[in-house]
Design a protein around this ligand. Sequence first.
Ligand code: NAP
Length: 262
Amino acid sequence: MKSLEGMSLLITGGGSGIGLGTARYCVERGARVTICGRRPDKIEAAARELGPACHGVAADITVAADRQKLIDAALGHGGKLDALINNAGNMYRGMITELEEAALQDIFNSNVISAMLLTGLCTPHLATTEGSVVFVGSIHTRRAFPGASAYAATKAAVQGLTRVLAAELGAQKIRVNCLLPGAVFTEINQRAGLMDDETALQRLQGMSDLHALGRIGTTEEIAEAMAYLMCAEWVTGAMIDIDGGLGLGITADPAIINRKEQ
Ligand SMILES: NC(=O)c1ccc[n+]([C@@H]2O[C@H](COP(=O)([O-])OP(=O)(O)OC[C@H]3O[C@@H](n4cnc5c(N)ncnc54)[C@H](OP(=O)(O)O)[C@@H]3O)[C@@H](O)[C@H]2O)c1
């Protein structure tokens, strides 16, 4: 098992939520981490909070020049690249009759295509370290939420990519894995203009009974699984559900589960 200590990591979308939680977790364990996001204020605040082991870059992964800038920054900050975490992602909701072409192109661009292009650019550097790539999929491919087809389709895409790229890059000793997080309170719905912080938290907590473990997760719990995938040397092409049992499809109907009486 590798150690995070001394690793150089590139985490896209590290200014908030799961990316920030993962950056914090890795910095606390001795990694040098480069994070990016489009909002400079978020990235600067995150880098300030995490200290000199974290380098923040204001960059948009959908822009080719920014992707190269990011890799150069990670190599400059960490001296090498041990892992790419393709975490940046966006939500887009709407029933199938309402979906707009430009918005669909945008979500596939940010959630899938840019991550593919970034992975291609990182490959020579990851081959040098026998490093790894982690994609971030979602519970949305395990449970069907009406109105979230666009988002779920992008996550199904990265899950598919994981297995093909694991096969493709194994010869270079690069491992490629995917995490499927369940409900974690972050900024994703608020950034998409769907709700405010308070409503988002209430909505997620309202899903507690759908989890086998009775609660939503934390960014630190997702970070623990990220760390495992970056360090486990014989794991590739794996899809890890980390969702407190949300993906099991448990019903919240007390008449069926009789939870209170147990
Ligand atoms: N929260 C959950 O319950 C959950 C569950 C399953 C999967 N996920 C996945 O987890 C990942 C992280 O999301 P999160 O929940 O932590 O949400 P979040 O707090 O909104 O974090 C996503 C980050 O990605 C950045 N980002 C988005 N588009 C970008 C782009 N084009 N270039 C660079 N950065 C970009 C955002 O910053 P800027 O807007 O400043 O660029 C934001 O900081 C996503 O892939 C999401 O789909 C989340």
